[in-house]
Design a protein around this ligand. Structure first.
Ligand code: KG4
Ligand code: ZN
Length: 339
């Protein structure tokens, strides 16, 4: 049984083909980074248009890599939530058209739950129940993942997402877009202890995150307390130290809150997903914590951390239960808890 999955929630057009045994035959990602870089962030209209142009060639490439034709596809999966509504609509419309013309079931997957399922795909074995940490451009959330389709939200961010903070700090430091990898590169030669930046809610019982104060603290460290504007810092030790201190503050909070969630739920597995989990320093810190706490850590390889369509294989579980999506399926921009 072959599934064709479509992901267009943000700035990556992706089509994957996988089997009911979760074997990935193709996972093609057409990045739009080049289009958005000059605006310093993702422009929703530009993203939607680019998806429209790139979706069919991406699908053809996925079929070519899998050595299949559309006639071999037994079900179509689309990630219909959350994301940019115009971008999501391109994928949702294409998936409906495909399911209708191929006369195969349509399935929907939730992008956030799919980010956790990517860890299951990479593990090659069951990882549920587990604590799930999703750290992406739009979300920073901890879940109690009972099954692939049954998540309880333990807590999330009250302002910026972790990835958003990376992107904003990259802009402040003049490091360009996308911010995450740029900050990581800059931080490599910096001292993470150079600046004492805030770690919100660190000692708090609540499993919540806040990163907007951290972003302001970076501005103050750069220009002086209360001053939020000034020239971009020159390349050099000072800029590297700021990047490293910022990155360490984010990592400390993500690690501490994950540990709190593990202790509270008494679960012994932690699955991590989303673009920020591509960060090597975060991965190393989570590994060290997991070892200390004696919990199993599941973080997918980089290609499955950032947005991709293969993680939509969470819908295979729905297909087994014949939980098909209707042909009037909507694009839903916000995370609604359950899908
Ligand atoms: O999951 P993702 O690809 O898309 C969303 O669903 O948002 O995550 C994108 C986010 C961006 O904010 C990007 O800056 C961040 O992930 N990111 C990173 C790294 N690679 C991507 N953040 C920190 N370190 C990285 N190496
Ligand atoms: Zn994502």
């Amino acid at each position: 049984m072959h599934f064709l999955a479509i992901e267009t929630s943000c700035d990556e057009t992706s089509v994957a083909i996988f089997t009911d045994e979760l074997q990935i035959l193709a996972n093609v990602v057409a990045s739009q980074i080049d289009l958005h870089a000059r605006f310093g962030g993702v422009v929703p209209e530009v993203a939607a248009r680019a998806h429209l142009q790139r979706l069919l060639p991406t699908m053809e490439e996925a079929l070519r890599q899998a050595n299949l034709t559309l006639a071999d596809i037994g079900a179509v999966v689309v990630m219909n939530s959350p994301g940019l509504v115009g971008a999501l609509l391109v994928g949702v419309s294409a998936a409906k058209m495909l399911a209708l013309t191929l006369e195969v079931p349509l399935l929907n997957a939730n992008h956030i739950e799919a980010h956790i399922f990517a860890a299951r795909m990479a593990a090659g074995r069951d990882i549920f129940p587990c604590v799930g940490l999703v750290v992406s451009g739009g979300h920073t959330s901890l879940f109690h993942c009972k099954t692939p389709l049954d998540f309880d939200l333990l807590g999330g961010t009250i302002d910026d997402a972790a990835g958003e903070a990376f992107d904003k700090v990259a802009a402040i430091l003049g490091l360009g877009f996308p911010g995450g990898p740029a900050v990581e590169r800059e931080a490599a030669s910096g001292d993470p202890k150079a600046h004492a930046l805030p770690r919100s809610f660190l000692k708090d019982e609540r499993l919540e995150f806040s990163f907007s104060g951290l972003k302001t603290a970076v501005l103050y460290a750069l220009y002086g307390t209360g001053i939020t504007r000034g020239p971009k810092p020159e390349p050099g030790q000072r800029r590297a130290d700021l990047a490293a201190s910022f990155q360490q503050a984010v990592i400390d909070v993500l690690v501490a809150k994950s540990r709190q969630a593990l202790r509270r739920t008494k679960l012994t597995r932690l699955a991590v997903g989303g673009g920020v989990s591509a960060n090597r320093a975060l991965r190393a810190a989570l590994e060290a914590m997991a070892e200390r706490e004696q919990v199993e850590l599941f973080i997918p390889p980089l290609s499955l951390c950032t947005d991709n369509a293969a993680m939509a294989a969470v819908a295979v579980e729905k297909w087994r239960r014949q939980m098909y999506a209707p042909l009037d399926l909507d694009a839903v921009p916000t995370y609604q808890g359950k899908n």
